[in-house]
Design a protein around this ligand. Structure first.
Ligand code: HEC
Ligand code: HEC
Ligand code: HEC
Ligand code: HEC
Ligand code: HEC
Ligand code: HEC
Ligand code: HEC
Length: 373
């Protein structure tokens, strides 16, 4: 019985492992690497993973996420730094360390709790994806039982919800169409295309950053649908598609509130407000073209940030200089370090935002209806 079960689960997996050519030497290590994650036992075919009484794979940790964090918490990308006030270098995904904050609310009477609308606090759990790893002090989100806009259960959320623990050829080993998580969730879209920076070495900067190329909004949509595009959501906004010439020009000319129309296409790109583009590379500094698209990644990071909802900037402050001040949480470095810099919405919307929105956070008014009203 056990042998039959083992063979039926093991053989397809071994086939995948030996055909995979993922970017990571460790994750393409084949059978030799099983024991880094699995508790093994001897059988006639050599060492194989052990299974518990209900057929679950026995892991070197309470669950899959804890296994990943054994290596990835403070090394190989360092996705869970020890100190939320001194996070490891940013490599694109954000950092789970901000989930450990007690409060990330820096607003002025606006924007507390999921969905906004009241005044703080905003607990660290809303810094982003609450992966469940009790051994690392990480628990399921206290306020959301499922993914907003979808049904994936928060209690199951972990690294193997998004990354294939056995490696694959996709960007960062993310799941693609037809691939299944250990808890049985099946992805319905292709994995997103991107190029990423090295997991060890310098942090992202204007000429060294994830190059988002294709499919990002639809990929997040596996669990969230086309979030922000229905009236069920507090902030309504387009989440995919080309930007249009006015928004392109805004993006390219905006060089901070002190120089809002003095920038240029060749150097307009900032990793704090990335555009999806099939031709983008990790060192490209050029701004928006007719093919540049808005995606979930324009405004959010994948893991967590010290702004609410894994946003790339704090939506509840009027000026970015006020990030971290009220809560004492980590202040996200502003790409435009002038004291008058508002939310990065203005880089895409300067033509309209230049003559209003200086006294409240944008999302306080643009919170309901198309783009807000
Ligand atoms: C990077 C860590 C890691 C490595 C390396 C690894 N596994 Fe796994 N494996 C996991 C995780 C995590 C799960 C899912 C456990 C769960 O949540 O049920 C899993 C599940 C399994 C399962 C259960 C069926 C399934 O797909 O859910 C089998 C069988 C298995 N692994 C075999 C292997 C074999 C054989 C190797 C070596 C060739 C290997 N694993 C290498 C992490 C790993
Ligand atoms: C035994 C240590 C170890 C464990 C356990 C481990 N990893 Fe890794 N992982 C590595 C190493 C080493 C690399 C390559 C680092 C580099 O490129 O500098 C890597 C790379 C990665 C990458 C980047 C791959 C790419 O193509 O860029 C991801 C994503 C990743 N691991 C996710 C996971 C997940 C999810 C788990 C748990 C299921 C896990 N890892 C468990 C050691 C580990
Ligand atoms: C133009 C910027 C932008 C884009 C693009 C965007 N978001 Fe958001 N998102 C926001 C802002 C701003 C908030 C906070 C709204 C608030 O506080 O009222 C938010 C909040 C959220 C929340 C929490 C909502 C709640 O009710 O608490 C989720 C979930 C979310 N976004 C998912 C997504 C997904 C998935 C995508 C892509 C399909 C996406 N977002 C694209 C700006 C954006
Ligand atoms: C495997 C399913 C899954 C995928 C894929 C996924 N999410 Fe989520 N997401 C969840 C779940 C479950 C929650 C609710 C639990 C929580 O908030 O941690 C959530 C919550 C969120 C929140 C609210 C976080 C908070 O702290 O309140 C945001 C924002 C979000 N997701 C954005 C994204 C974006 C952007 C992507 C694509 C990069 C994405 N999600 C991909 C499952 C997923
Ligand atoms: C909701 C989906 C989701 C979950 C959950 C998730 N990741 Fe990721 N992860 C991503 C995406 C998407 C990227 C690519 C981010 C980018 O380049 O903007 C990424 C990037 C990474 C990277 C590359 C370094 C970086 O910071 O970008 C590593 C390593 C990694 N993840 C490991 C993990 C580990 C370990 C866990 C669990 C503790 C985890 N991830 C949980 C979606 C997820
Ligand atoms: C005090 C409330 C308020 C604040 C704060 C605010 N807006 Fe507005 N915004 C409005 C109103 C009302 C309109 C519609 C009237 C108009 O067209 O001028 C509008 C219009 C817009 C439009 C054009 C909408 C359309 O349908 O053409 C954009 C884009 C916009 N705002 C962006 C922003 C940005 C970015 C911020 C933050 C820097 C911001 N707004 C802050 C109230 C506000
Ligand atoms: C990456 C660029 C980008 C960012 C960042 C961005 N937007 Fe937009 N926004 C767009 C695009 C593109 C449209 C759709 C315009 C169209 O269809 O003509 C849009 C539409 C809108 C509209 C509807 C009116 C209009 O001009 O069409 C409002 C209001 C708005 N955005 C507010 C915001 C607010 C508030 C933020 C920050 C939380 C924000 N946007 C961030 C690109 C962006």
């Amino acid at each position: 019985m056990l042998h039959h079960r083992l063979a039926s689960r093991l053989l397809p997996l071994l086939a995948i492992l030996f055909s995979a050519a993922s970017a990571s030497a460790f994750h393409e290590g084949g059978v030799a690497s099983c024991k880094a994650c699995h508790i093994m036992h001897e059988s006639e075919d050599g060492a194989v993973p052990s299974f518990g009484p209900t057929g679950e794979a026995l892991l070197r940790g309470a669950n899959g996420s804890e296994v990943c964090l054994n290596c990835h918490a403070t090394d190989f990308g360092a996705v869970l730094g020890n100190d939320p006030l001194a996070p490891p270098p940013e490599r694109g995904g954000g950092n789970f360390t901000f989930l450990l904050e007690d409060d990330i609310y820096d607003g002025s009477g606006w924007g507390g709790g999921p969905g906004g609308g009241s005044s703080g606090p905003i607990v660290g759990a809303h810094a982003g994806h609450s992966v469940v790893a009790p051994g690392y002090g990480l628990y399921a989100d206290p306020d959301r039982s499922v993914a907003p806009g979808g049904s994936y259960p928060s209690s199951e959320l972990g690294c193997p919800s998004c990354h294939d623990p056995h490696g694959n050829q996709n960007y960062r080993m993310l799941y693609g169409q037809g691939q299944q998580t250990p808890d049985g969730f099946v992805y319905t879209t292709d994995a997103p295309d991107a190029e990423g920076i090295a997991l060890q070495g310098p942090a992202e900067n204007v000429s060294y950053h994830t190059a988002y190329q294709r499919g990002w909004t639809r990929w997040c949509g596996n669990c969230h649908g086309a979030f922000h595009t229905t009236t069920a959501q507090a902030f309504q906004h387009p989440v995919e598609g080309p930007m249009g010439t006015t928004k392109q020009d805004n993006y390219n000319l905006f060089n901070g509130e002190d120089d809002p129309t003095g920038g240029n296409y060749a150097t307009a790109y900032i990793p704090e407000l990335p555009l999806q583009d099939t031709g983008r590379t990790i060192d490209s500094t050029a701004g928006a073209t007719a093919t540049s698209e808005v995606s979930c990644m324009s405004c959010h990071r994948a893991h967590a940030t010290s702004a609410p909802y894994s946003l790339r900037w704090d939506p509840n402050v009027i000026y970015l200089k006020d990030d971290g001040v009220v809560s004492g949480s980590y202040a996200i470095p502003s790409p435009y370090p002038t004291t008058s810099q508002r939310a990065l919405c203005v880089k895409c919307h300067w033509d309209r935002a230049r003559n209003h929105g200086y006294n409240r956070p944008c999302v306080q008014c643009h919170a309901k209806g198309m783009g807000g009203m």
